[in-house]
Design a protein around this ligand. Structure first.
Ligand code: FHN
Length: 499
């Protein structure tokens, strides 16, 4: 039909073809240019940087491999903000409770004197550590100093420390010792931003007076970091925060030198991407798109929608139990996540190679809120049976994502973390053409499962039905362990229709 139309009209046909050709060429060039830009951004073409990433690509030393293998961690935000717990003079603050000092209704002087009542009789670091152990956490992150500047250790560089409270004792030491004794690695959270220190600035200093104060603040920060390293040499990492203001961002050279000094003193230390910017003010990733630091800290309260978004970097996801807010909140004003939701986040993060770090906010007396203890217990119950699919497990990148949940792998086995159980109790798994077929399949902590061949789809993917026992999943999400048999050499005799 087309030929008939164009039969006596050779010239227009050539013209149309040429136009299409030119358009296609133009589109290809455009596409290449975009791809090139993206490659630039990802570091394949480099902008010379003095203060960019120190090690593009993943660290593969023992300490980092251990960190990567944890899968689940615990965050603890504990400080003077835990005393008001989001409430001041009968009013409930709906923002993050650890930011209450900047709430306009509370005078700074009142907040800065809260430490005089800090005497947490209910604090028992060993109890916290046991709870974390039972929950299945491999590591924990503890707030040594949040933005308010209060030091939970007896820092000799300021009076605003636990040593000057009625409690007097070193909290950081007790936390580090108790968790280390349980075999849980400790990382120390440290906020560079410090609302208590006169020298802290939001903008880079402009006057001589500001410059002098700021230099003093930099020295103070450096001293405190080294004090932590000296006092608690067994820690495995420093988790920096409060580094987003222009004052610190313009200190890329100082911060880089400081990071090198920290690493020289503690070669195995793990430091995330928040500590320092590059010389162009880029944070987390440098101007070439390479990650600054050992892992990507930008996924706070957020989970990537695909593994590609991570560009092959290590990462963690710090998550709040409430919608937002990390410190203790007497009366949560926002949605409180359920154990089910939080467990699914462990699986989801692990399926993309990230550590899920769940936050807890003890009250001013050092007691974990009951709702958070219950969450820890529920997660612990799940981890007891399914922790094998979390600890040391890696993401599965060569089997397409399946609708029923998430996958991790370890030692030639994959783990199917099931959150959407089919109503017919038959779970379908699809393997790409010439990849794998299932070997032995069982419920983690349970009996072997029957698997039947369900043929192929149009893509020649191999399909298998896993027959679930009646009632499985009634107690919550579950994990299936499946051995994989290599199927790359399959002699593909099956003939698909040619349409
Ligand atoms: O402002 C803090 C916040 O209070 C909390 O400490 C979190 C933990 O990742 N970090 C900051 C915001 O990025």
């Amino acid at each position: 039909m087309h030929n008939t139309i164009f039969a006596g009209h050779k010239t227009p046909l050539i013209k149309i073809r040429s136009i299409f050709f030119c358009l296609a060429l133009f589109a290809t060039i455009q596409f290449d240019a975009q791809a090139q830009n993206k490659e630039n951004f990802r570091g394949r073409v480099t902008i010379p940087l003095k203060h960019g990433s120190d090690h593009p690509g993943k660290r593969t030393d023992e300490a980092m491999n251990r960190w990567r293998s944890h899968g689940l961690g615990q965050f603890i935000h504990w400080g003077m903000y835990s005393i008001p717990g989001g409430e001041w003079k009968g009013k409930t603050y709906t923002g993050a409770s650890e930011w209450i000092r900047v709430w306009k209704e509370i005078p700074n002087a009142d907040y800065d004197n809260l430490y005089k009542q800090f005497n947490p009789k209910g604090f028992d670091a060993k109890k916290w550590a046991r709870m974390a152990k039972d929950m299945g956490a491999g590591y924990m992150v503890f707030t040594t100093k949040h933005h308010d500047g209060f030091c939970m250790w007896p820092s000799k560089y300021t009076d605003y420390t636990v040593a000057n409270t009625p409690y007097k004792k070193d909290i950081v030491e007790q936390v580090v010792d108790a968790y280390t004794a349980e075999g849980i690695d400790v990382h120390l959270y440290f906020s560079v931003m410090d609302w208590n220190q006169g020298g802290w600035l939001y903008q880079a200093p402009k006057t001589d007076e500001e410059r002098a104060k700021w230099e003093g603040f930099k020295e103070f920060t450096r001293n405190q970091i080294f004090e932590l390293l000296d006092n608690y040499p067994q820690i495995k990492g420093l988790w920096f925060d409060g580094t987003w203001d222009n004052s610190w961002v313009s200190e890329y050279e100082f911060a880089h030198e400081l990071e090198k000094e920290i690493r020289a003193k503690h070669p195995d230390i793990i430091i995330g991407s928040r500590f320092r910017p590059d010389e162009y003010g880029n944070r987390q990733c440098d101007a070439n798109g390479d990650l600054i630091g050992d892992y990507d800290q930008s996924w706070e309260r957020d989970i990537p929608t695909s593994i590609e978004q991570l560009h092959g970097n290590d990462w963690d996801c710090g998550m709040t139990v409430a919608e937002n807010g990390w410190g203790y909140t007497k009366t949560p004003t926002s949605y409180v996540k359920t154990p089910y939701e939080l467990i699914s986040m462990i699986s989801e993060c692990n399926s993309m190679g990230g550590n899920f770090v769940l936050n807890f906010g003890p009250d001013g007396n050092g007691v974990m809120p009951t709702r958070e203890v219950n969450i820890a217990n529920e997660i612990g119950r799940w981890m007891k049976t399914n922790g094998e699919a979390v600890r040391g497990a890696e993401p599965v990148t060569d089997i397409r994502k399946q609708g029923w949940g998430f996958m991790t792998k370890k030692d030639g086995k994959i783990y199917l973390h099931v959150y959407n159980k089919p109503l017919n109790d038959v779970l379908r798994i699809e393997f790409g053409r010439k990849t794998y077929v299932p070997g032995a399949v069982k419920m983690l902590g349970g009996a072997p499962l029957k698997v039947t061949d369900a043929g192929r789809n149009k893509r020649n993917s191999r399909l298998f039905n896993i027959h679930l026992p009646a009632g499985v999943g009634a107690g919550g999400p579950f994990v299936i362990e499946m051995e994989l048999i290599d199927n790359t050499g399959e002699n593909d005799a099956y003939q698909q229709a040619l349409t």
